[in-house]
Design a protein around this ligand. Structure first.
Ligand code: IPE
Ligand code: IPE
Ligand code: MG
Length: 248
């Protein structure tokens, strides 16, 4: 059997892939299990996606793990997700270091439960020298909130005369986002069959290719990522131009 991966064009691998990991709860309920079982099972999909990303030469992988809106869920589920986060991070550090994975986060990490913030900050510190793949976990993240805090900081800098209004460019705005050290994703994947963005990276995905799949996150495997990349590579990214101009 030939590996699907042979259909990938190495020169056109997206540098940054962002994923809305959705469908854990429904996946578990379909199996007669509780929602938390779905979140626990989703950790294996994260592992496989990181490994495949490294194998393919992806430099940045951003995973939407917990939105600010997710606090509205039942306490039992929220607590379960936070505990899972702590244990998963602790379990993975060794593997991250072995595979050259640098961990970063976007979102208001310091408003997570103390133990959670502590284990994340610890993992960020312990993996900071790694350079194969940067894994960015979006946690307690909301894109509107991110843009709002950027606007406040820029307004403050203008008020202090540190920057002039004419200096507010797209590049400057980028500097005030959580993602200031990260290029915009070329490809955004959402699993779980919903066709929405759910407050994720609104600024950064202005020109990303969007890929939606019915696959629930706990079922997402290497071949699903490979298929998404193949589809991405078959898209024509015109950036407002004409096909004939792209071909030049
Ligand atoms: C995504 O799966 C994980 C989080 C939002 C934390 P869901 O928990 O949203 O699962 P569904 O969409 O209800 O199936
Ligand atoms: C988006 O999934 C957030 C994460 C994957 C962490 P949700 O399941 O929370 O999104 P909605 O509520 O269906 O839009
Ligand atoms: Mg969901």
């Amino acid at each position: 059997m030939t590996d699907l991966i042979e259909n990938i064009i190495p020169e056109k691998i997206p540098k940054h892939i962002a994923i809305i990991m959705d469908g854990n709860g429904r996946w578990a309920n379909e199996k007669g299990q509780d929602r938390l079982f779905g979140h626990v099972s989703g950790v294996e999909s994260v592992r496989e996606t990181v490994k495949t990303g490294i194998e393919l030469g992806v430099s940045y992988l951003t995973l939407y793990a917990f939105s600010t809106e997710n606090w509205k869920r039942p306490k039992e589920e929220v607590d379960g997700i936070m505990d899972l986060l702590i244990t998963s991070i602790a379990n993975e550090i060794e593997e991250f270091n072995k595979n050259g994975v640098r961990l970063l986060t976007i979102g208001e990490i310091n408003d997570l439960p103390k133990q959670c913030a502590k284990s994340l900050n610890n993992a960020i510190e312990l993996t900071k020298e790694n350079s194969k793949l940067t894994l960015i976990l979006a946690l307690n993240y909301s894109s509107k909130w991110e843009i709002n805090q950027a606007l406040k900081k820029i307004a403050f800098a203008v008020k202090k005369d540190d920057i002039a209004i004419s200096e507010i460019t797209e590049e400057l705005i980028h500097q005030y986002l959580f993602t200031n050290s990260i290029p915009d994703p070329e490809l955004l994947i959402r699993t779980g069959g919903e066709y929405r963005i759910s407050n994720f990276l609104l600024w950064q995905i202005a020109y990303s290719e969007l890929y939606f799949t019915e696959i629930q996150w706990p079922d997402f495997r290497r071949e699903n990522l490979v298929l998404a990349i193949i589809e991405y590579q078959n898209r024509e990214r015109r950036f407002g131009m004409l096909s004939s101009q792209i071909a030049l």
